[in-house]
Ligand binder design. Structure first.
Ligand SMILES: NC(=O)C1=CN([C@@H]2O[C@H](COP(=O)(O)OP(=O)(O)OC[C@H]3O[C@@H](n4cnc5c(N)ncnc54)[C@H](OP(=O)(O)O)[C@@H]3O)[C@@H](O)[C@H]2O)C=CC1
Ligand SMILES: O=C(O)[C@@H]1CCC=N1
Length: 267
């Protein structure tokens, strides 16, 4: 069985590792490269996975998932490039980092796939978008797709869309948690016990998400079904419009898209 290495086992690296284990991947076909020794020990104990140096991982693995921060990507590529060889697959999960950035730093013939995942992968409900680099054929893309499909849905997209995808689904869970947090606080202001407000908001979120996915109905239609004439929802939505929440979401996601572009330039 082919060896897969995960280099950088923080939040997203562990999310991928745990998903592969849940999906039935044997741990002796997995390797981890992680800079912090205490974190390496934690992962060895939790998953029984071998934590090795990045250099050893690059020698032994057929597929390498790079899950370090964008700012650490240059150093990591410089460290592993001498070990990389044609036929291997490098899958980068880093925001902003382009396939061209990676290809310029590794030997020719190593295939590169860029992925933008998100943290719901931790509960097998991830959304990942993947794009091929210039030396990538369909088998490489299929390999990256299979890797990410172990923790959720996967879409193939052109690389020029990756910064926008990062702004929408990569960072997206944070916006949703922000909305949840804001609604819970509002519930507390309205006099509800915090535990009650939390139960109400979380179940409302799960139920609404399930309606969107299972009915396939447009969100505008679903919103109109809740909005009775001169009712409570209309009163609330008018306030959201007065406070320009829709415009704020657009500005927020433009900022995330622009930050993703800037990360590629090393800032
Ligand atoms: N978190 C998220 O929701 C998402 C993250 N991503 C992307 O995933 C990548 C990782 O993010 P995240 O997991 O949140 O970040 P973390 O900081 O949690 O994880 C990165 C890990 O890599 C380690 N590391 C740094 N340099 C090396 C190296 N040379 N070799 C091995 N390990 C190294 C870091 O150690 P140390 O802390 O000591 O530097 C840290 O443990 C980023 O590029 C991010 O853009 C993409 C989508 C969503
Ligand atoms: O905030 C970030 O930069 C990373 C990328 C997408 C989600 N988290």
């Amino acid at each position: 069985m082919a060896q897969t290495a995960i280099l950088g086992a923080g939040v997203m690296g562990e999310t991928l590792l745990s998903g592969l284990v849940r999906a039935g991947r044997r741990v002796d076909n997995l390797l981890v490269g992680e800079k912090r020794p205490e974190r390496a020990r934690e992962l060895e104990e939790r998953y029984g996975v071998a934590v090795v140096s990045n250099v050893e991982a690059a020698e032994r693995a057929d597929t390498l998932a790079l899950v370090v921060k964008p700012q650490d990507m240059g150093d990591l590529l410089a460290e592993i490039a001498p070990q990389l060889r044609a036929g291997q697959l490098v899958v980068s999960l880093a925001a902003g980092i382009t396939t061209a950035f990676i290809e310029a730093r590794i030997p020719d013939g190593v295939a590169v796939v860029r992925v933008m995942p998100n943290t719901p992968a931790l509960v097998d409900e991830g959304m990942a978008a993947i794009s091929p680099g210039s030396h990538c054929d369909d088998s490489h893309l299929a390999e990256a797709e299979a890797l990410m499909a172990s923790v959720g849905r996967v879409l193939r997209i052109p690389e020029r869309q990756q910064d926008a995808v990062t702004a929408i689904s990569g960072s997206g869970p944070a916006y949703i948690f922000f909305v949840v947090e804001s609604m819970i606080e509002a519930g507390v202001h309205l006099g509800l016990p915090r535990a009650t407000a939390t139960d109400l908001v979380v179940q409302t979120l799960v139920g609404s998400a399930k309606m969107l996915r299972e009915t396939g109905t447009h969100p505008v239609v679903l919103r109109e079904q809740v909005t009775s004439p001169a009712g409570t929802t209309a009163a609330a939505l008018r306030e959201l419009e007065i406070h320009k929440v829709r415009a704020a979401f657009l500005a927020a996601m433009e900022a995330a898209r622009d930050r993703s572009k800037a990360l590629a330039e090393g800032s």
